[in-house]
Design a protein around this ligand. Structure first.
Ligand SMILES: CC(C)(COP(=O)(O)OP(=O)(O)OC[C@H]1O[C@@H](n2cnc3c(N)ncnc32)[C@H](O)[C@@H]1OP(=O)(O)O)[C@@H](O)C(=O)NCCC(=O)NCCS
Length: 144
């Protein structure tokens, strides 16, 4: 499956489709609506969708806060987990020129989310602490 889908810039229709299967997922709430911590002051975001035909099987995003720190996020549709889609989506986001230019990337994950931690470690992120909700915060800084 991981090689069978297309990644496209997400349209509003893609984002609304995701809400049908991930509306109550906290990560998706963060992804689609508001920053987890309003003090991050998210100012802009880019979103990508993984499509299997017309079906949205994952969504990934980068949101910038006012200090130009990029927050990476990804949600894979239940039923499509553990097929390498999350890994490929995050690698795709990290390879985008607009993302490569960012000096500081962060990601916030639930401590129980082993898959996200594996993906972030594999992509050069390190644990930098916990947020105020007990989630793990990861960061990757560009080489000077
Ligand atoms: C995090 C998430 C995107 C991963 O998506 P995925 O497509 O299932 O992940 P992958 O199939 O690419 O797996 C990545 C790695 O985690 C491992 N993995 C996947 N699910 C796992 C699980 N439940 N337990 C342990 N390891 C797991 C895979 O074996 C793979 O390891 P490898 O690189 O050593 O082979 C998905 O779990 C999700 O949507 N979670 C909810 C949203 C969220 O919390 N996002 C986190 C912000 S980045």
């Amino acid at each position: 499956m991981a090689d069978d889908f297309n990644i496209v810039v997400a349209s509003p229709r893609h984002l609304s489709l995701v809400e049908t299967w991930a509306g109550r997922n906290e990560a998706t709430h963060t992804l689609l609506k508001t920053p987890r911590d309003p003090s991050h002051g998210t100012s802009s975001g880019q979103y990508w969708a993984a499509l299997n035909g017309q079906e949205v099987v994952a969504i990934a995003s980068i949101e910038l806060n006012s200090e130009h720190v990029g927050y990476v996020n990804c949600v894979v549709k239940p039923g499509y987990l553990r097929q390498g889609i999350g890994s490929r989506m995050i690698e795709y986001v990290l390879s985008q020129p607009s993302v490569k230019n960012l000096a500081h990337l962060h990601a916030v994950v639930d401590p129980t989310n082993i898959a996200a931690q594996k993906i972030l470690n594999k992509d050069g992120f390190s644990r930098v602490g916990n947020d105020e909700n007990g989630n793990l915060e990861f960061a990757r800084h560009a080489q000077k």
